[in-house]
Design a protein around this ligand. Sequence first.
Ligand SMILES: Cc1cc2nc3c(=O)[nH]c(=O)nc-3n(C[C@H](O)[C@H](O)[C@H](O)COP(=O)(O)OP(=O)(O)OC[C@H]3O[C@@H](n4cnc5c(N)ncnc54)[C@H](O)[C@@H]3O)c2cc1C
Length: 482
Amino acid sequence: MAHRVIIIGAGITGLSAAHRLQELQDFPAQIDLKILEASERPGGTIETVERDGFLVEKGPDSFLSSKPWLLNLCKRLKIIDRVVQTNSDNRRSFVVYQGALHPLPEGFLMMAPTRLRPFITSSLFSWAGKLRMGLDLVLPRAEPSDDESVASFVRRRLGREALERVVQPLIGGIYTGDPENLSLRATMPRFLEMEEKHGSVIRAMWREQRQAAYRAKSRGSADSGARYSMMVSFDRGMQTIVDELVRILPDQTLQLGRKATGIRRLGTEWQVTTSAGAVHTADDVMIALPSYKAANLVKDTDPELARRLSGLSYASSAIVNFAYDRSDIPHALDGFGFVVPEIEGRNIIAGSFSSIKFPNRAPDGKVLLRAFVGGAMQAHLYDMDDEEIEHLASQELLDLMGIQADPLWSIVTRWPLSMPQYLVGHMQRTEQIQTHVSRHTGLTLMGNAYAGVGLPDCVRSGEDAAERVISRLQPQEAVLQA
Ligand SMILES: Cc1cc2nc3c(=O)[nH]c(=O)nc-3n(C[C@H](O)[C@H](O)[C@H](O)COP(=O)(O)OP(=O)(O)OC[C@H]3O[C@@H](n4cnc5c(N)ncnc54)[C@H](O)[C@@H]3O)c2cc1C
């Protein structure tokens, strides 16, 4: 008899897990798979829509090429030719400083400068601030600790200005989070390693850059492998990956409008109930939901696991897409967007020049911009109604970019409790959750709550989970070579 697997949630995580199961098995002969999805469309947070010739991302608009899992998936799906790079001109971002957009100095990577001249000549930092960042080169390493907040690390190594003017808004743009609470070990372990290994973030970055340049030189022209910009997307938007993963599923696998309401173990099998009152049975249940929703499902099976899952935090945010006539925007749009430090006291977290960043996002003579509102640091703004959010965001664009005209149209999209917040101690919390889960044969948790919020991390989480299921069935090495 085929091994019955139910995946709950058809976001990128659930769909990637389903695809990996298909890749590893003689499908559907050996695995009988169902995906239960509460909403009427797959994709979860990913949603691309078309309007008047614009291509609008309501959720994520790109993914990191340096984390290989999503790009590798595209290669295996044979859609790698649909991956698009950011525009090669103006690959830079701005930071709001004293009410205006200032370019982030070239070579400034997340928290520290890698190039001297652009850093020294930048108007974004005071001389005292620049010198304080330089102290990173001589300050001793900290004693090892279990965990530390991002803010504490940055203040300690690079000073307050680096934190307030750059790291906080950049982190705000990625995690919609507050660096005073976010765990360094869980969100940016690379920087911790830099301190541990090299005693200095700046020195470690210089070294990495020299090594990268050396590798590029030694590969020389013999290397014909594709090079990608840091952020990439798809020609027809992020929906492309969802559509492709759904297209190749066997008929009847994806069941839309089926909200799972609970799971329980009966003998050797699992029963999953849905809001329509149906009961599905399976040998394996793979939950690809935000952790607080997973908690709801497991609360009768393992109340302690449910309690721990509910303990992980999430932030809500809204994205406002604006369509404009190019002639109504006085700004040169010579970058990909901007981030807004909290100390600037504004009502948006960040803005993207979407149709500058990627091709085919707006018709000729038009521009697509998007603004981010809310997040952990401005949670009260998320509570306003859509009209107020749209008004606030357009006022901020008016102020920061000099836009006087009304947009042609706008779309407000809300993402309630959708961005996990990896707070200090996160790794310990997820390890404890994992210990609980491992007591239940056939139960798997996956998704952005545990080990990475980006789309590539979600793909990895789904694929790893699928491999664990298959390796329990067929522990031979050979299966996992597929
Ligand atoms: C506003 C925003 C912007 C982002 N931008 C980027 C970006 O540019 N780049 C990037 O790499 N990452 C970005 N992220 C992060 C990334 O989009 C997410 O981490 C990722 O999409 C999460 O995928 P998932 O499948 O784990 O969860 P989800 O996308 O949340 O999918 C879960 C699915 O489960 C379904 N579901 C819920 N409850 C039930 C139930 N009881 N039964 C059945 N189904 C259920 C939901 O309808 C949903 O389809 C962004 C996140 C947000 C919120």
